[in-house]
Design a binder for this molecule. Sequence first.
Ligand code: TPP
Ligand code: MG
Length: 320
Amino acid sequence: MKKEQQLDLYHQMVLIRRVEERGAELYQQGKIGGFMHLYIGQEAVSTGIIAARQPRDRVITAYRDHGVAINCGIPAKAVIAELLGKSTGTSKGKGGSMHMADVERNMWGGHAIVGSHLPIAVGMALGDQYAGSDAITICMFGDGATNIGFFHEALNLARVWKLPVLWVCENNVYGMGTSVERASAVPSIAMKASAYDMPSAVVDGMNVMLVYEAAQTAIDYVRAGGGPFLLEANTYRFRGHSMGDPERYRRQEEVKQWQENDPIGIYRNVLLERKIGSKSLDEIEAKVEAEVNAAVEFAEQSPEPARDELYADVYVDDQP
Ligand SMILES: Cc1ncc(C[n+]2csc(CCOP(=O)(O)OP(=O)(O)O)c2C)c(N)n1
Ligand SMILES: [Mg+2]
């Protein structure tokens, strides 16, 4: 990877972190309505995965979607404006935290119902296969989603039809307050692929370079017509499940231990070892600070959606 792209990945990860830290403040000030699930701690997963995709590859994810949105190229100001429910938001202020989308950037949302977007990924991949395109669909979801019927139906059909889907499970150890070991009959999510005769791999989701390499191998396999592939990324969310989670289900020492493995800190060290000076990394951090300040100001000054927009975009006749 060229130096420029390596720095760009650092920029994306720091930008996700800062956007969400500011998002948490705005939430506490009562400026954001509804649920909000932070991605802090998991930034290396979507950053590494999406760095390996081609722009024609479709991306779809669950409600923990701010990072994926930024990695897909949605500007920070459109993400923050969406959090604030403003008309300049990426979903015109009508989606909110859980429904960030931009089909022109091939970011297909943001879905709140656990597992519901997996069959949608099957449909998108079937469409691409039918049209003879070599685009693939990247579908990201949590460990909890793998205990839901949608997961099993979607993986089965994807394998039966050899569809071009990369399934990415972000195993962050918990589904709300329930640990994987209490909810899943098998501790390894990747193992579940074997029920559908599907290849799989496990990657350290706290290391963006390892995620990027694993994603490239998996994407090459899927694009070459091998059929679907399941990649499990082991990661951890540093914050609660959503804003206002009292976190009684995990010990503070456990959280602290994972925080010592901060994906941004790990990547910073990788870059320093590669002789990328700390000065350029500090400059990126300063740039992000200014970018997020400007984005918050833009979002706060933006208007709310007009009343007559309420029924607009509910159904779409024609896809761009
Ligand atoms: C069908 C359905 N059941 C339950 C819920 C409530 N719920 C929201 S998030 C969540 C946990 C999902 O955990 P996981 O898939 O591991 O994702 P994570 O939040 O860890 O990213 C649950 C049970 C829901 N949104 N949809
Ligand atoms: Mg989880």
